[in-house]
Design a protein around this ligand. Structure first.
Ligand code: KIV
Ligand code: ZN
Length: 386
C-alpha cells in the first residue's frame, strides 16, 4: 500500500443499514459483502454485533466468507460490546474492532453526564481492551465534527497510546463545512503526538449535502481512509457515497490519491443494494443514477454526438454502464433524432429528416419520452415514407 492509497471502508451493512425500515437478512448481507470484496474495498464494516443476535450472526458469517477485505465490527466503549464483537469476528482472516465514544460537549454533558477526563479514560480503556483480542483497532470520536480540536487531539493521543491503528473523525451530524473538516484533519496531523503510528479516517454524514466534499477535503489534508456506503445510504440524509469519492479521486489524478476499487463494478453493486434494501436511487444521483449519463436537451445532444467529451467527464463503461443515452424529448434537435433513427435502422437524408422532425415534435409534445417503437412509428407515418 502506497502512502497515497486511500483505504475504502465500506459501512453499507452497518451505518447504511440503519436506514429506517430497511433491514437486510443475513443471506442478503452475505451476497452484498461478497460483492464488496470483489469490488476491492479494504474494509467491510459488517455490523454492530452486540445490538442483536441477527447482527452477531451476520458479522460472524461474513467473517467466515470474506477472503480479502478486513472485516470490522462496531462497539461502544463498553467491555461487553467489545467481547461480543471479538467473538463475532473470530473467524475473520483480518478482523478489526471499531470502538469509540462521543467526544463533543453535548455528548459528554447530555449523553454521558460526564467530563472530558473521564471520557478520555474510557476511550483509552476501550482501545486497550479491544487490543487484547485483535491487532487492528479503530477508535471513533463520535461527533468529532463538533468537538473542540484541542480535546480531539488529546483523545486521539490516548487512543494511539492504547494501540489504535485508525482514528475515525466522524462528522456525525453532517454539520461541518469542507474547509472546517479539512482544517480539523490538518490540525490533527500536526498536533497529535504519535500520529505516524495510525491513520486518520473520514466518516461524514450528509445532512447538509456535504459528506462527499468533506471526505475529499479530509484526504487532501492527510486522512488516509474514507468511510462510505453504496449509494450514500444511511441514517437521515445518509453517509458519504462510495461511488462518488472513488470516482472523484480517479477523475482527478493530479491529487495523487488513489483507491484499489475496480470501478467497473460500481453500477451493478448500486443496483444490488438498491433492490435488496427496497430503496430506489434518485435518477439524478451522481455516478449511478438513471440519468447520470443521459442527455436530453438539443444543444447537449448535438455536442455529445460530435464528441462525448463535450458533456461527459466520465466514460460510462468505467462505472459499468453500457453507454450514454440520448433521450428523445420535445427539447431534442434534429441531430439527436437522426442519431437515434440510425441506431434503429434509418439513415435519413436531410430532406427526410426535416419532414420526420416536424412529425416527431408533434409526438414529443404529447409524450414525455420517445422510445425506439415510437421512432419507427413516427418515421413510417411521415410523408416522405408513404
Ligand atoms: O456517525 C458516527 O459517528 C458513527 C460512529 C458510530 C462511527 O457512525
Ligand atoms: Zn455514522
Amino acid at each position: 500500500m502506497s502512502d497515497n492509497n486511500i483505504q475504502i471502508f465500506d459501512t453499507t451493512l452497518r451505518d447504511g443499514e440503519q436506514v429506517p425500515g430497511c433491514k437486510l437478512n443475513t443471506k442478503q448481507k452475505l451476497v452484498i459483502a461478497e460483492k464488496l470484496d470483489f469490488l476491492g474495498v479494504n474494509v467491510i464494516e459488517a455490523g454492530f454485533p452486540v445490538s442483536s443476535p441477527g447482527d452477531f450472526k451476520s458479522v460472524s458469517e461474513i467473517s467466515k466468507l470474506i477472503k480479502n477485505a478486513t472485516v470490522c465490527g462496531l462497539t461502544r466503549a463498553v467491555e461487553n460490546d467489545i467481547k461480543v464483537a471479538a467473538e463475532a469476528l473470530k473467524y475473520a482472516k483480518t478482523p478489526r474492532i471499531h470502538t469509540g465514544i462521543g467526544t463533543s460537549d453535548s455528548h459528554i454533558k447530555y449523553k454521558f453526564n460526564s467530563t472530558q477526563d473521564k471520557i478520555l479514560e474510557r476511550a483509552y480503556e476501550a482501545v486497550k481492551y479491544a487490543k487484547t483480542f485483535v491487532e487492528d483497532v479503530e477508535f471513533y470520536a463520535e461527533d468529532a465534527g463538533r468537538t473542540d480540536n484541542a480535546f480531539l487531539a488529546r483523545i486521539c493521543e490516548a487512543a494511539i497510546k492504547a494501540g489504535a491503528t485508525v482514528l475515525n473523525i466522524p462528522d456525525t451530524t453532517g454539520y461541518c463545512l469542507p474547509n472546517e473538516y479539512g482544517a480539523k484533519m490538518k490540525y490533527l496531523m500536526e498536533n497529535v503526538k504519535g500520529i505516524e503510528k495510525a491513520i486518520l479516517s473520514c466518516h461524514c454524514h450528509n445532512d447538509l449535502g456535504l459528506a462527499t466534499a468533506n471526505s475529499i477535503e479530509g484526504v487532501i489534508n492527510g486522512a488516509r481512509q474514507i468511510e462510505c456506503t453504496i449509494n450514500g445510504i444511511g441514517e437521515r440524509a445518509g453517509n458519504t457515497a462510495l461511488e462518488e469519492v472513488v470516482m472523484i479521486l480517479k477523475q482527478h489524478p493530479y491529487l495523487n490519491l488513489d483507491t484499489s476499487i475496480n470501478t467497473r463494478h460500481l453500477y451493478a453493486l448500486s443496483q444490488l443494494v438498491s433492490e435488496s434494501m427496497g430503496i430506489y436511487t434518485q435518477p439524478n444521483k451522481a455516478i449511478v443514477g438513471a440519468n447520470a449519463f443521459a442527455h436530453s436537451s438539443g444543444i447537449h445532444q448535438d455536442g455529445m454526438i460530435k464528441n462525448k467529451n463535450t458533456y461527459e467527464i466520465i466514460d460510462p463503461k468505467d462505472v459499468g454502464v453500457t453507454d450514454s443515452a440520448i433521450v428523445l424529448t420535445a427539447r431534442s434537435g434534429r441531430a439527436a433524432l437522426a442519431y437515434r433513427a440510425k441506431n434503429v435502422g434509418y439513415d435519413l437524408t436531410k430532406l427526410q429528416l426535416d419532414d420526420v422532425y416536424a412529425n416527431f415534435l408533434h409526438f414529443a409534445d404529447e409524450k414525455k419520452e420517445i422510445d425506439d417503437n415510437d421512432i419507427h412509428h413516427i418515421i413510417e407515418s411521415s410523408k416522405v415514407y408513404q
